[in-house]
Design a protein around this ligand. Structure first.
Ligand SMILES: Nc1ncnc2c1ncn2[C@@H]1O[C@H](COP(=O)(O)OP(=O)(O)OP(=O)(O)O)[C@@H](O)[C@H]1O
Ligand SMILES: [Mg+2]
Length: 372
């Protein structure tokens, strides 16, 4: 049977209780950059590590690539413990923010470089390089040097160079951050479609929330070296597990509420003197009378005369496709996005508005959860 042209060897990845400490430079305590991180990535999945600067994303990737060894814990690729295996023995491809192309080599030579190092025979090098050139739409550019390419084209060469060796896992560290907004979006979609077509297990690092949501099967939110939530983009956005995740993934108001009634996953809350029904499990135990925080995003609201809430506009910001309002409801200032301002008309400071809440979108957090 003929072998598929590229990437048939994808493997699962497992991080178990991974810890990375860096020795202190000023005789103080060691700095812990990654704290007991557990993560499972299925074969062919695209998982994104997302979090603020310094939260340990790159350090985690470097431990996977073998550029950094864990202080404790293990890295498994397939079922094999790779924790102490040298980088060049791992069969892992990496694409960096700086493309790190060889400036004195042509596109073709840059891409075939890894195969030549591996002493793949000449006809196989040609076949695989040409296949990847075609996959990445780079045939016409193959004789150029990197300096004769645009940023997006250089990024494609960097990706081509990473996939030509048929790695078992691909790692990306902010690969698009040097590109302008439009190209970034285009490359993002292209990258995702190539990753899916080839079925390569991929770990991707970014601090751009939209990028993470758009390309991932699973998003892993990190803060200060700790995993906060690993989940589908949908759940990360609509079912955040703590305040940090809710706040990091876009605008959210935390509105205090009290549990009025409970019946299995169904719960009635009192929020701003009105009753709100929640119909999903909360991820932490709740009891009648308990105070919680409701995560309410600006687009959960609809301006509606019949709505059960009412408020007074305190500030109006016009964005063209939407209008953002700051509205005071029961003494609490909320942000509300109106995408139907063409029908509703634009409201102004001091106007009173009725508000409907999409209650099924609201999620519930434990007060003072451990999100750091
Ligand atoms: N070799 C090192 N020695 C000491 N501290 C380090 C070393 N490498 C990283 N750190 C520290 O570990 C923490 C995590 O760094 P890391 O590069 O993993 O962050 P990051 O999440 O990738 O951030 P960014 O989004 O800014 O790239 C940072 O506080 C950093 O200063
Ligand atoms: Mg980094």
């Amino acid at each position: 049977m003929e072998q598929a042209p590229i990437a048939t060897r994808s493997a699962s990845v497992e991080l178990n209780q991974l810890v990375k400490k860096f020795p202190s430079t000023d005789d103080g305590e060691d700095f812990v950059a990654v704290v007991h991180l557990n993560l499972q990535v299925k074969s062919g999945e695209m998982v994104t590590l997302l979090g603020p600067s310094g939260c340990g994303k790159t350090t985690t990737l470097r431990m996977l690539a073998g550029f950094e060894f864990p202080t404790s814990g293990s890295v498994l690729v397939g079922d094999k413990d790779f924790s102490k295996v040298a980088p060049n023995k791992r069969d892992i491809g990496m694409v960096f923010q700086s493309y790190a192309l060889f400036p004195h080599l042509t596109v073709y030579e840059n891409i075939s470089y890894g195969l030549n190092i591996k002493k793949v025979n000449k006809s196989e090098v040609e076949r695989r390089t040409n296949t990847v050139l075609e996959t990445m739409h780079l045939e016409k550019l193959k004789n150029r040097s990197p300096s004769q390419l645009s940023g997006g084209q250089q990024q494609r060469v960097a990706l081509a160079r990473a996939i030509v060796t048929e790695p078992r896992v691909l790692l990306f560290d902010e690969p698009l951050s040097n590109l302008d907004a439009k190209l970034r979006e285009y490359m993002r979609d292209e990258l995702r479609s190539i990753q899916q077509r080839l079925g390569i297990t991929s770990l991707y690092v970014t601090h751009d929330q939209t990028e993470a949501m758009a390309i991932s099967d699973k998003v892993v939110i990190m803060n200060q070296g700790k995993l906060q939530q690993a989940d589908t983009p949908y759940n990360i956005y609509l079912r955040p597990r703590n305040h940090f995740v809710a706040d990091f993934m876009g605008k959210a108001d935390f509105v205090p509420a009290t549990v009025k009634n409970k019946n299995g996953d169904q719960m009635i809350l009192t929020m701003m003197e009105r009753e709100v029904a929640i119909n999903h499990e909360t991820g932490f135990p709740t009891e009648k009378g308990q105070t919680v925080d409701c995560v309410v995003r600006p687009e959960f609201w609809k301006i509606d005369e019949q709505g059960k809430f009412s408020g007074v506009i305190r500030k109006t910001t016009y964005f063209g496709n939407s209008v953002e309002y700051e509205v005071e409801v029961n003494g609490i200032l909320l942000t509300i996005m109106d995408y139907e301002h063409m029908n509703n008309g634009i409201k102004h400071e001091g106007d009173e508005v009725g508000l409907h809440l999409k209650e099924e979108s609201v999620s519930v957090l434990e007060k003072n959860d451990e999100g750091v």
